[in-house]
Each structure stands twice: as structure tokens, then as C-alpha cells.
Ligand binder design. Structure first.
Ligand code: HEC
Length: 166
């Protein structure tokens, strides 16, 4: 009789444990679903989603601009980089007013994927090679994502004279 009672208690105990773990599993499921349903737009992507760059440091970016010798092709008015002569001088656009023209993500894309946007005037300006592609070198194996963010942050800080009010 005593033994039977013990088995009964044990059974009750096991059922209650089972119940608890079952209910926690359920509530986890519920939470997961709630998180997904908070996002709007197609396939869980917010409707106003936009690619964002990680935070960049403009001071570091300027250093990288010098280390990578970006100034050889890109003049920046008001900056004092080493004097540039030779074939690369003026190969790329002057960048002192780029902040007034392009957002930081566009600037970053110009660095990691120079051919993503080719301006129709780029050819006349001598920015393209014979293959119709940008003369800008590929830095993707040389720069970390942080360095790209820093470079973009530096260039995005260049407001020039005309766009100084932005
Ligand atoms: C060999 C020359 C050359 C070097 C070196 C070079 N670029 Fe360029 N860059 C170009 C040319 C040509 C263009 C214009 C065509 C294009 O948009 O790719 C350009 C375009 C850009 C643009 C877009 C400008 C705009 O108004 O749309 C950015 C930003 C830029 N370069 C950043 C850099 C950075 C940062 C470096 C160094 C890591 C660098 N470039 C090194 C040739 C160069």
C-alpha cells in the first residue's frame, strides 16, 4: 500500500515536470512568433529598411586615406597631403565637397564597388578605362569593413565651401 502510494506520488511529480517543460517550450515558441510579427514589410524585413554602414571614425579615415594613397588620384581641396605628380594625378574626382552631394552609404559603395554607379559623364572626364570600368583600384582585400566605414566617415565630413551649411 505504501509502495503504491509512492509510485502514485512519483507519477504525479513526473507529470507535473513534463507539464512545466512542455509549457515553457510553448511560451518560447510564442515569443519567437511575436518577434517575427513585430517586423513589418515582406519576409520579416521592415518596409523602410535601408543598408547602413557601421559607425566610422573620420580621424582614422583620414589616416587610411593617406596610408592607402587615395590622394594620388583624388585631390581634396584644403588638405595638405604629399604632392602628387605623375600618371595618377587627377585620375579621380576632387572630393572636398562630396558630403554635400552623397550620403555616407553611397560613398562607402563607391569604395567597395566602384562600378555600381557609373555616371554617363565619367567617360569624358577620363574616369573610365578602355573596358568602360572605373579606374579606381579594388581595395576589398586590403581594407577591413571598419576601415571602409572610417574612410566613408572621413569623406562624409568633407563639406567643402559651397555646402558648408549642411
Ligand atoms: C588610380 C586612381 C584612384 C585611386 C588610387 C583611388 N581612386 Fe577613388 N576614384 C577613382 C576614379 C577614376 C573615380 C570615378 C569613377 C568612379 O566613380 O569609380 C573614383 C571615385 C571615387 C569615389 C566616388 C566619388 C563620387 O563623387 O562619386 C570615392 C568616394 C572614392 N573614389 C574614394 C577613394 C578612396 C577612399 C580611395 C583610397 C582607398 C580611392 N578612391 C583611390 C580613381 C581612384
Amino acid at each position: 500500500m505504501v509502495k503504491l502510494k509512492n509510485i502514485f506520488v512519483l507519477a504525479l511529480f513526473l507529470i507535473s515536470i513534463g507539464g512545466v517543460s512542455f509549457s515553457t517550450a510553448c511560451s518560447k515558441d510564442k515569443k519567437g512568433k511575436e518577434m517575427v510579427s513585430q517586423q513589418t514589410g515582406e519576409h520579416g524585413m521592415p518596409a523602410d529598411w535601408k543598408f547602413t554602414m557601421p559607425h566610422g571614425d573620420p580621424v582614422q579615415g583620414r589616416k587610411i586615406f593617406v596610408e592607402m594613397e587615395c590622394y594620388k588620384c583624388h585631390e581634396i581641396k584644403g588638405e595638405t597631403f604629399s604632392a602628387v605628380g605623375g600618371a595618377e594625378k587627377g585620375v579621380g574626382p576632387e572630393l572636398s565637397e562630396i558630403a554635400g552631394i552623397h550620403p555616407v552609404e553611397f560613398i562607402a559603395e563607391s569604395i567597395i564597388n566602384p562600378n555600381a554607379v557609373i555616371d554617363p559623364e565619367d567617360k569624358e572626364k577620363g574616369y573610365l578605362g578602355d573596358d568602360g570600368k572605373s579606374k579606381m583600384p579594388d581595395y576589398n582585400n586590403l581594407l577591413t569593413i571598419q576601415q571602409v566605414s572610417d574612410l566613408a566617415a572621413y569623406l562624409a565630413s568633407l563639406k567643402g565651401q559651397k555646402h558648408a551649411v549642411h
